[in-house]
Ligand binder design. Structure first.
Ligand SMILES: C[S@@+](CC[C@H](N)C(=O)[O-])C[C@H]1O[C@@H](n2cnc3c(N)ncnc32)[C@H](O)[C@@H]1O
Length: 301
């Protein structure tokens, strides 16, 4: 998709990065570190990579990693840090909009998408996750980590503090805590709007469930009780490949096999909400909820 809406996405995110020296701490996301530590390193792609903390961690742990982000400034910072650490050749970055980015023939053993939320402006997240899954090599994995709920301190009025990151400094998270007031803090608040860590709860913002992220990645629709206000027309239907196009959340258990809309088979390794402690604004501690989806693409359909 091109046009004004997508231009806005690039522009808005670029401004968020350009407004600050760093938006994130540079530390690896905890879920990625945990999952990747159990895998044999290969080719990885991190979609919506920000300033490259996860890509750099992967490169330092034996992967050949590619990061893609819509912000040229974020990507430039990631590249500079890669060079500073002598990782050129193991980590590389592309500035591109994931709504239109074409991976060509490239396939990856691990495709990771961490906290790819953009409510303002919105992005075609479902389509992006479907495209992400299409770049997973047979036998490879897709990891999608998302905010499953706003942080407990949303509405507590500060506007500072940890977002999807952890202000306590260990690698459970990434985002730096900034406690200073003034223009910096205002810029930080703006960025945190995308992670739901702003100082007001926004009930209209949708936080995906693991089932929704699995369905998005596989081109399916989540089955559910039919809400008269929002009927699930697709329930029980089948797709062009003649396969059931719906996903029953009750069947999303580790070891379950699912088929995407092309007929490719995937094994569910995890589809759950993980909780972690984090410190938010003004030292408020609380539990953050992450939706974690880990799918393995089977070698054969
Ligand atoms: C909340 S940040 C997460 C960054 C990083 N994955 C992390 O966990 O720290 C969301 C990132 O997605 C990027 N992004 C948003 N929409 C995008 C799009 N359409 N194409 C590429 N990147 C996008 C933003 O520039 C931003 O770096």
């Amino acid at each position: 998709m091109t046009g004004p809406a997508q231009d806005d996405v690039a522009h808005v995110w670029e401004r968020r990065y350009a407004d600050r020296e760093h938006l994130w701490s540079g530390r690896v996301n905890g879920v990625l570190a945990d999952v990747a530590a159990g895998l044999v390193p290969g080719r990885a792609a991190d979609l919506g990579c920000g300033e490259g903390g996860d890509v750099i961690w992967l490169a330092e742990h034996g992967w050949r990693a590619l990061g893609v982000d819509v912000s040229p400034t974020a990507v430039e910072r990631a590249g500079a840090e890669t060079a500073r650490r002598g990782l050129n050749g193991r980590a590389r970055f592309i500035a591109a909009d994931l709504a239109t980015w074409d991976a060509g023939d490239a396939l990856f053993d691990l495709v990771t998408v961490s906290y790819l939320h953009s409510w303002d402006p919105p992005i075609p997240r479902t389509a992006i996750l479907r495209r992400a899954a299409a770049t997973v090599a047979p036998g490879g994995r897709l990891l999608v980590t998302s905010h499953a709920a706003p942080p407990p301190w949303a509405g507590h009025g500060s506007g500072h503090g940890a977002g999807h990151g952890d202000a306590t400094g260990h690698h459970a998270g990434r985002e730096e805590a900034h406690t200073e007031a003034g223009p910096e803090a205002a810029a930080h608040r703006t960025a945190q709007d995308e992670t739901g860590t702003h100082d007001h709860a926004h009930p209209e913002r949708h936080y995906p469930t693991p089932a929704e992220d699995v369905a998005a990645a596989l081109g399916l629709t989540v089955e559910g009780p039919v809400d008269p206000a929002e009927p699930n027309d697709a329930a029980g239907s089948s797709n062009a490949a003649g396969l059931t196009a719906t996903l029953d959340p009750a069947k999303l258990v580790p070891g379950a096999t699912m088929h995407d809309d092309t007929g490719a088979a995937w094994t569910v390794e995890e589809a759950a909400v993980r909780h972690r402690q984090a410190t938010g604004p003004n030292g408020i501690t609380g539990e953050l909820a992450d939706s974690v989806v880990l799918l393995r693409r089977e070698s054969r359909v």
